[in-house]
Every structure is written in C-alpha cells, then in structure tokens.
Ligand binder design. Structure first.
Ligand SMILES: [Zn+2]
Ligand SMILES: [Zn+2]
Length: 271
C-alpha cells in the first residue's frame, strides 16, 4: 500500500504530527507514505486576502517542515517502519509559477503535487466560500479550471497532478458531455509527462466519488498517464483511507501498476 498525499498540523487546517502520520501508516501496513503539506502561499496572494493564510504552512516554517519530515524518515528507516518521502502540495494557479518555483528550489523534495485550489483568487474548494459558485456558469467554471490545471501540469514544477477534478467537490457538474474536457486534460498531462493521483478524499466530500471520476480515469489510461494513490488525509486517522476503492478503480480502468517518486523520479509499483 502507498499513500502519497497527507497533510499535517503545520498547514493550520489539518491535525497530527509527521510522527503520528508515520505511526498511522505503519499500523495500516502502508509501505510508502509521502508527507505533502501545502507549500507556502505567495505573499502577494496573502496580501490580497489575509484569510487564505490558513490554507498553507507559513513560509518561515518551511525549513522546520523539511527537518521534521527528514527526521521522521530516518527514524522510520532505522526502526524498519514505512518509507517516508519528503513531499509537498504546491498551488499552481496562473501567475504563481515563479513564486512556487522559487520556494520549491530551496528543498530536496521527493515528490511535488501540483494543484489548483484557486480560480481568480477564489478558493472554490473551501466549504465556507461555496457562495462563490452562484456567480459562475458551471460549464465555464469547469472549462476555466481545466485550462488552469493543464497550465499547471505544463509548468514543469509538479510530478503529480492533485485531485484532478476537484471542481466537482460540491456536486456542481455541468450538464452534457464532459469527455472532451477529460480527453484534452489527459492528452496535456501525457505531453507534460506528469502523473495523476487517485485521491480518495472525494469520497468523503459532497461529490462522494474519487478524484478523478471513472470516465476521467479511463481517458487518462488511454493517454498513457501514470497514476499514484493518495488519501489527502488531514488527520492521521485518514491515512490510507479507501485505498481498496482507489485500487479497484485503477484496475477497472486498466492499470496494473502505480508510481511513487523518489528524488522526483517515478518508480513503478505493482497494484
Ligand atoms: Zn489541505
Ligand atoms: Zn489539495
């Protein structure tokens, strides 16, 4: 079992220390866990809306974060525990590439998840900001989100695309055929040589399905995009959550292996 997406207390909206996550992974038989807290947000974004500071670790704590994960990795290795990877989840909305790139360069990450949580500065996945959906045509929102996600994948900053259809989180899904959006994204991800995670957090949200959906996963498989698996845990109790469902969805889509990243290099693991 692998879990390549978990968050700690350091991002201010999750609970649990790195050591508690590693202990939870060990108890659940997870062989490889990547700690992937939210990369600090840009001072420019925080200046525009100070409340977004609660979405990521403060920039001043990046060094302490890396030290905490590295210590837990060494401790687990010495104790025969799970493999611990140093990861991060970066916000790669348009305009943030230079800032994110400069922060990413400072640390020797194993894996970088690239995600889009903001459209025009609106945190569309925050339950407290759901009112924002009222000012969008749902199809236009989806098209814009997918455009931004494709740009994020093409930035060269990320190894893995995070929760690729996050825009469905609260059940706002356009009517009509979504296949062209999925096909275009899958082709772009293949071109960018990024992997996509099967993220089980969607099962715990109003949309009540994996990110990405089965039709999207099928498109990714046909395009030859590699996959990994993450719980997006925001508490140690969620580590490895719904791993069986993620694995079953991958097999159903035709995958026989996933990838993990060590020093930013993909390595295949059988499902
Ligand atoms: Zn989070
Ligand atoms: Zn995320």
């Amino acid at each position: 079992m692998i879990d390549l997406h978990v968050h700690t207390w350091r991002c201010r909206h999750a609970t649990g220390t790195v050591a508690e996550y590693v202990a939870a992974a060990s108890a659940r038989g997870i062989g490889t866990i990547a700690i992937t807290d939210h990369l600090p947000l840009s001072p420019e974004l925080i200046a525009r809306d100070p409340s977004v500071a609660a979405y990521a670790m403060p920039e001043a704590e990046l060094g302490a974060y890396v030290a905490e994960v590295t210590a837990a990795r060494d401790e687990a290795a010495a104790a025969g525990g799970p493999e611990v990877l140093l990861g991060v989840e970066a916000d790669l909305y348009p305009g943030n590439e230079a800032f994110a790139g400069s922060v990413l360069k400072r640390c020797a990450f194993d894996v970088v998840i690239g995600s889009v949580h903001f459209v025009d500065g609106w945190a569309f996945d925050d339950p407290d900001r759901r009112a924002g959906y009222a000012s969008w045509d749902v199809r236009e929102l989806w098209e814009r989100y997918f455009d931004d996600l494709i740009a994020a994948s093409a930035s060269g900053l990320a190894d893995v695309v995070g929760h690729a259809d996050l825009v469905k989180k609260f059940g706002c899904v356009p009517e009509g055929d979504l296949a062209p959006l999925y096909e275009a994204a899958a082709a772009a991800f293949a071109e960018a040589a990024v992997a996509v995670e099967v993220n089980t957090a969607g099962l715990r949200k109003p949309c009540a399905e994996l990110y990405p959906s089965a039709p999207f996963l099928g498109a990714l498989r046909r395009a030859g995009v590699p996959v990994t698996i993450g719980s997006d845990a925001h508490a140690p109790a969620e580590v490895g959550s719904a791993y069986g469902e993620a694995r079953a969805a991958l097999i159903e889509a035709g995958y026989s292996s996933a990838v993990v990243f060590r020093s930013r290099r993909a390595e295949e693991v059988p499902l």
